[in-house]
Design a protein around this ligand. Sequence first.
Ligand SMILES: Nc1ncnc2c1ncn2[C@@H]1O[C@H](COP(=O)(O)OP(=O)(O)OP(=O)(O)O)[C@@H](O)[C@H]1O
Length: 583
Amino acid sequence: MKNLRRILDIAGDHSKHLYGSIILSALSAILMLFPYFSIYQLITLSSAGQVSVNVLKKYGALALGGIIFGIITYFVALWLSHMAGFRVEKNIRKYGINQLLKISLSFFDNEESGAIRKTIDDNASLTHSFVAHNIPDIVRSVVGPVIILGSIFMINWFYGVLIVAIVIVSLYLLKKMMGNTNDMTHYMDALDEMNSASTEFIRGIALVKLFAVPLTVFKKFRASITNYAQWALNYSFSARRAYVINQIVLELFPLLLVFTLSKRAMNADHFAGALFCLLVSSQVVLLLIKVMYIGENLTLAMQALDRVDNMFVKHQTTPPSESLSTIPADFANDRLSFENVTFSYDSKKTALENISFDISPQRMTVIVGASGSGKSTVARLIIGAYKNYTGRIFIGKTEIKNLTENQLMSHITYVSQNSRLFSRSILENLQIANPNASTQQIDQALKKACCEDLIAKLPKGLETLLGEDGIYLSGGEQQRLALCQAFLSASQIVILDEVTASIDTENESQMQLAISKLAAEKTLIVIDHKLKITKDAAQVLVFDQGKLVESGTHKELVSRNGKYREMIRMHEQTQQWKLGEGK
Ligand SMILES: Nc1ncnc2c1ncn2[C@@H]1O[C@H](COP(=O)(O)OP(=O)(O)OP(=O)(O)O)[C@@H](O)[C@H]1O
């Protein structure tokens, strides 16, 4: 009942379709019993010699009518349950997307996008099929046996008691057959893990072909299949004893009935009653077996709902205390400062250690360092993705721990090297950064972001739909449009995280030009390993193994014989090697 309530809540205004489906399924179960009732009546009447053509026609019509209307009402019930099922599926997806919008940014650091989509999609369609197909079946499987039992009691109380005893034992065994719920949870987890590993496998198959590597590199996929097989086996084995006993118990009633009949003196009335009970008892057996399978689907559907819920639980953002969050930070004019900040993603390794620095408003700060030195982690802490650091991060006098992610993100634009556009028109994509931007503002932003040539070559300019007619933009072009979004947005702080990392030289030079224009308007923090724009920066922060080892202007840092100078020297060397190779 609790589970039904949960599904009705998700169905929302379509719950009335579900109620309709339940009522019609019950009606269909009753109608489908009419043929048995007709047979019983005919045998009883024939023993009294009262069967005429008219009586035969009457009960024949009753049986046929029961079957026809039973089928029709069942189809209508299924139609209604499908309507409710689709709404439940839609609402679960909607819930998933709403949760994604509310969830902490750290969530996306830890979960693969493919796995998130699969969890929402798979579990939404699993719940859909339960609502659409299994709910009408559950109703029929419950109503049918109740009516059958009632009529058996009316005919012969002894048979009634016998079958009730069998039903009680069988229900107990059915519950046992659901198996160990713990095994079931592991089984579902293993299934999910295998699904995402298979997606990864399919994605990587091109690399396997290109480099002719053996398939054994997909150890994770193999391990996930073995793990799934193990849990599938564990789960099935945990139900096997109850399953076998239940099958025996369910076949018991017809056997006992035949046995009892053979012991009694038989008159026509007895014969009619016994035949009726024998016929309908097989229905009870069939329906109970159905309950057994549906019961398993119910557990799966409820676990599917739990899985969508649980995916988000540990990343739920906690709102800061009301009094502190209302203190306004002036993102345009205040300094951004780290005071003795230490942070680790897990207990194994410290990602940032005792970091302190000041970033001046409306200036460009460039963060450099080797891979894994902690550059992106600084950005993630500024946008509030993680709050479990020690030390303090301020914008002006406001500690950012006391601001919600939404408050922070409405003032900060974060562009990463993975920023991608939606499959909508370019204009719509740009308007995401500022829904009220005028045509003039958009034109200006395109100009500043050096995107005019990019738009000019598209068939419908700004109205061009991405993804349609095979129109796609390269990663570099998408990054340039992301910069245009940064110009358009009202954010005063812009963080560019390795935006030029994997783009071609033409896009890169356009972007560098755009970045220098952006630096004139906003507080700009650029994470860059190519060391190409450090000369224009007001400040360069040099990171090494989670520590801030140097800071200053490019000129100051070059004059010191430190880490930065070493990086520049190595960078120049690699450039020369490249040139040498080309000769
Ligand atoms: N989500 C995460 N969970 C656990 N550890 C992480 C996570 N993200 C980063 N790290 C670790 O934290 C350290 C700093 O990572 P970070 O991404 O900040 O480095 P980075 O300097 O930006 O490197 P890159 O230039 O390669 O992006 C590294 O040791 C990295 O392995």
